[in-house]
Design a protein. Structure first.
Length: 41
């Protein structure tokens, strides 16, 4: 559920996973894992 919330918030802002990753100082793969529920940390 949290992954879906992250995805919806990101799409609402109109930013890519890459842009979100830069803003959060993580790699794009981390954002992808959060959204898919693979990793919650």
């Amino acid at each position: 559920m949290i992954g879906e919330n992250i995805r919806q918030a990101r799409k609402k802002k109109g930013i890519s996973q890459e842009e979100m990753a830069v803003k959060l100082n993580v790699v794009r793969q981390t954002v992808s894992k959060w959204e898919s529920g693979v990793s919650q940390s």
